[in-house]
Design a protein around this ligand. Structure first.
Ligand code: IPE
Ligand code: IPE
Ligand code: MG
Length: 256
């Protein structure tokens, strides 16, 4: 199978040339993306919505490669929200098959390139086949030390925050924790992102100007980049444009 795969990752020279046009000392460590507009992309091409989701998988490959080339440490991709279960059953079923399809094609090469695949979200509601594929990928790549490719799958920020409150409240009730010991750092240990830095850059495709229940605590000081381009049409050049935009921002974190 390996021989059929084109090299997903860049050679050293390619990495250097992609990095050359951007200042290499200001590459965001963590980029988070709300991959939106698959349905509208499909509609604009006279195709069913699921064709848009399928095409969006190719963008995942493209942008994973681009992010790795630039030296991004964590790439978080919002693939399915806790609210997306409201969609028609056929669409949800299709979306739940995509992780195994993507991973069956890409996992070996991701692994060879030292990428660590992770899932951020509520595993208990996923169909068995989806969970199996995701967990196998996590297991296979867990000792890798390169870029973290973090799929937000059945992820919702409100649920994440409520669970953190519940866990801390339970610890207060048993007397293990005093309310005044609840700090930002402790709270963050109860979030699904506990081992990750906050996103430096959030990108949302498709022209929607909202957060849609994505990483609401973690995005407090992220730079936001919105583009009208639909996710299936989002290219490496669009990604570089977002990084360039990021590099021109002055991040102050409340200071001067
Ligand atoms: C993003 O594309 C993928 C998911 C939310 C799963 P959409 O399916 O939301 O596409 P639009 O927004 O309807 O065009
Ligand atoms: C956000 O997109 C969720 C993902 C991209 C997975 P949606 O298409 O679900 O968001 P809304 O409904 O337009 O806010
Ligand atoms: Mg959408």
């Amino acid at each position: 199978m390996k021989r059929q795969l084109k090299n997903l990752f860049a050679s050293k020279q390619q990495k250097e040339s992609a990095a050359a046009e951007l200042s290499s000392d200001k590459i965001p460590q963590h980029v988070a993306i709300i991959m939106d507009g698959n349905g509208r992309w499909a509609k604009s091409h006279g195709l069913p919505r699921i064709a848009g989701h399928h095409s969006g998988m190719k963008t995942i490959k493209r942008i994973t490669k681009a992010a790795d080339r630039l030296g991004v440490k964590v790439l978080t991709l919002y693939a399915f929200s806790t609210e997306n279960w409201k969609r028609p059953k056929e669409e949800v079923e299709f979306l739940m098959k995509l992780p195994q399809e993507f991973l069956s094609i890409e996992l070996e090469e991701l692994h060879e390139n030292n990428v660590q695949v992770r899932m951020m979200g509520y595993k208990e509601d996923l169909p068995e086949h989806t969970l199996r594929a995701v967990e196998a990928a996590e297991e296979r790549t867990k000792h890798n030390t390169g870029m973290v490719l973090n799929f937000a799958l059945n992820y919702g920020s409100r649920k994440e925050m409520l669970n953190a409150f519940k866990e801390m409240a339970a610890a207060v009730q048993t007397g293990e924790l005093q309310p005044d010991q609840i700090t930002e750092e402790l709270y963050e240990q109860h979030l699904l992102t506990r081992t990750l830095p906050d996103p430096d850059l959030l990108i949302r495709t498709s022209g929607e100007l909202r957060i849609s229940n994505f990483m609401m605590w973690q995005l407090a000081y992220s730079e936001l980049w919105f583009t009208d381009v639909f996710w299936p049409a989002f290219t490496e050049e669009h990604f570089h444009e977002a990084i360039r935009g990021y590099q021109q921002r002055a991040r102050r974190f409340g200071g001067l």
